[in-house]
Design a protein around this ligand. Sequence first.
Ligand code: PMP
Length: 330
Amino acid sequence: MQYHESMIELVGNTPLVKLNNVTSPTGATVLAKVEYFNPGGSVKDRIALRMIEAAERSGELKPGGTIVEPTSGNTGVGLAIVAQQKGYRCLFVCPDKVSTDKINVLRAYGAEVVVCPTAVDPEHPDSYYNVSDRLVRETPGAWKPDQYSNPNNPRSHYETTGPELWEQTEGRITHFVAGIGTGGTISGTGRYLKEASDGRVKIIGADPEGSVYSGGTGRPYLTEGVGEDFWPDAYDRNVTDEIIAVSDKDSFQMTRRLAKEEGLLVGGSCGMAVVAALEVAERLTPEDVVVVLLPDSGRGYLSKIFNDEWMADYGFLEEDGTAGAQVGDV
Ligand code: PMP
């Protein structure tokens, strides 16, 4: 019989798909690593599995223990799936700006979710940060993965995403493009590819305009899961050869084109990464192979990026370069 022991065995080994319609015929071949094929629907399943298994080995996470993490999105889903299969409890802390749909997904997988007010200072006892720290202190057997500083986040990509890409392209990859959130994906995958190619493969980060990685001040942007207002430990800045800043408008317009023209219903950070990948591909020839990593599915963004009214409110549907309402106005 052909079957898998559990959903955990389906983490990783995602397909590479050529982009045919958003690309230019004179530029490089562009291949997309489609991470929504992971069981939890995102690249974050990889780090969830590796962080939990490392904590089991080190004894930080004991049988029947509780995983406490401030997360509202993809990392929470990955942790929740691995935790339920291994018999751990999950306690997640989310700010109240997170959509109820996202919270319901986490609860559907059996996680408990504590919702905290967004409109309080970080020092306030009810703030997102303080509540998660207090839950770690007060919950017996609690363990906090902390994806921003956990070395097993980049390591999971060094051990899986990097080798997969090297094998799938038979060593012909010349450029790797990925968005930077915690920095785990680009640091781990990038380091593996640099080592495997003796430094030949170029590593390019894609970043929302305003984020610190591309020289911004941390001003707000709408692309989710990428960009930061601080420098996390999981990000190794020595690995990236170049960072390309992309506007929300360009990211979201490309996200919609990927669904319409490539059959890829993916998230906003995927559109962002593809904009950067195409900028790189334009400078190259069809012999070059640019791989762009697409972190998640577009299902979580139907009421935003794939909703014309929401897009129009921000001026993101306009053809020219002018933006409509500013982020802070809404
Ligand atoms: N896109 C999305 C939608 C994400 O959830 C994340 C993870 N925060 C990323 C991109 C960036 O990945 P990383 O944290 O590995 O840099």
